[in-house]
Design a protein around this ligand. Sequence first.
Ligand code: B4P
Length: 200
Amino acid sequence: MRLILMGPPGAGKGTQAAAVCHLYGIPAISTGDIFRANVADRTPLGISAQKHMDAGEYVPDEVTNAMVRDRLAHPDCERGFLLDGYPRTLDQVMELDRILTDLDVRLTGVLVLDTDADALIQRLLARAEQEGRPDDTRDVIRRRQEVYAEQTAPLASEYDLRGILATVDGNGRVDHVTDRVRTAIAHLRRRPVAAPVLLG
Ligand code: B4P
């Protein structure tokens, strides 16, 4: 099973990604988590990513794409994976198509978490109090929502055209959202597997 999980900051991607991994025994690959681990370890990747993340901007595509290509080649991805927060730009969609073609595998589907705007802000501000993430300040949260609306939200229509998109209501209790995610995955698995479309 090869899935993409999309949704604006605060939609519950990381939360549901953990549930999906637990249920289906596939790794969740969160580009945000990989960047944060590199920032914490002060690696060259982390040092170059940090300024973009702290400002609420995306890390440059060439950096992110190379990181994901490397990660998807690991043996634990052979049985499947869930990509949490990748792709986020059209360039990343195109690179993911190339990576999947090179690996000779296809996507099972793309899940989009649709969560009310007020809930997004409240969740991130609550997380700011608990975890103190540098990009969870009010101004940076606003910028992250703008960047998502401009660059990432339009990508859902590309996957919808391929017939592999499922939109999931991300509001309410975590376990209720997980139930909806499971239903959507079951539905996607019954569909014929779409061939990768190489854009551009
Ligand atoms: P991410 O780590 O992906 O951050 P995010 O979009 O805020 O999502 P996250 O998974 O953390 O939060 P979630 O919605 O689960 O990215 C961080 C940064 O990394 C980006 O801004 C960018 O700079 C960089 N980056 C990452 N991927 C990139 C890419 N592909 N290209 C370029 N740059 C990239 O949850 C938020 C909160 O809500 C949590 O506290 C959670 O506990 C809570 N929550 C979840 N579900 C809930 C529910 N049902 N009810 C109540 N609370 C809930």
